[in-house]
Design a protein around this ligand. Sequence first.
Ligand SMILES: [Zn+2]
Length: 437
Amino acid sequence: MDTLFTNVRILDGSGTLPYSGSVLVQGKRIRQVGRSTAAISPAGATVIDGAGATLMPGMCEAHTHFSWNDAATLAEIQTMPLEEHVLWCAKVARRYLEAGFTSCVGAACAKPRLDVVTRNAIDAGQIPGPRYLAASQEITVPGGLGDETLPHLPFPEFSFGVNVNGAEDMRRVVRMFLKYGVDSIKLNLSGDNFTPQSPAGTTWMTDAEVAVAAEEVKLRGKRIAVHARSADSVKQALRHGVEIIYHASFTDTETLDMLEAAKDRIFVAPGIAILYAMLNEAEPWGITRAKATEMGYQAEWDAALESLSKMHKRGVRILPGGDYGFAFTPHCQNARDLEFFVKYLGFTPMEAIRCTTLYGGQIMMKPGELGVVKDGYLADLLLVDGDPLANLAILREPKRILAVMKDGVFAKPPPIGDAFGRTLAGSDAQRAWGRAA
Ligand SMILES: [Zn+2]
């Protein structure tokens, strides 16, 4: 089924100013983008009159955890039984798609195959969900972020992350995840203030361990993504050719120089929402501002704002997303990152949009065919009620996301009128669809 969007304000995702026009979708792809309908002959296409709504590319969430179950602790996520956990992931995947995230980069899952199984079910059409790149569990070392085993209960099932000890143990675990079919391996290079025994400024893996992971991943054409908050861990990632760096809160001049030198290869997804939430919104879970400050969150927030603003000025690609799926950062508020980029990191709203569209296509390994409204690109599109450039917050209001299309098919269909032009949805009275002659 082909679709013609008419009377839409096209925000194409490339950074170009919006313009009024029409977009024809044939099969999976955008076939024509015009400044008027005159040049488009839509024989047989379903015509969607956008009535001035914004048509933009689907968004990309660059650091996704479908299997985080909106709990306040790592243990509560980890101890969810497998069967419930699979169903949870399927439900969350659908919610992301309907919220306008047509692409998600998996950043780690809570049990070995949750991400792979979810991705495969989406690709097979068993369940609705975004394009998805499946991650491994977090790989860590004893005592590091993600090692939740207790001295008297050393069982891997109790651990959020998979523990490795030494280079050959790393090889064994990386090979296991590659066998399962992951698109990326997740390494916890630094600690995190969430786990006070391994705080954000600490760095945990040896170069020998990271090198073995990089070697195995490269052999199979896959990628490594790292949890790297400390400056040393960011530098370690860059030394080993890592492409996806999560957080990067602490930097020094040397780190920034290395990031800039690698800017055409790397993506940084800071996930600053969780820092903000821990400082300002986590009191219902016992984390007052004083407690969060004591845990190191104020110092990290200040450092992250400075580091990321400098990276942005140096042209490093910074993408929204990160660590939604905790009680303090519930799923599907992810577009909030765009507001944070503008408010705290010095982005313009247009730059923030481009991070989730143009850069989204690039991090999804589909540069040149995903993330822009352009002839020949994949038809992952949103119809948005209002102007995101004037108010980015509308991108996290379900009612304002009027329609979501992935691969040319509506995942969330637009509000429609009946055959006589009368509309079924009250406030959208002027929006209607029909079939072109
Ligand atoms: Zn994460």
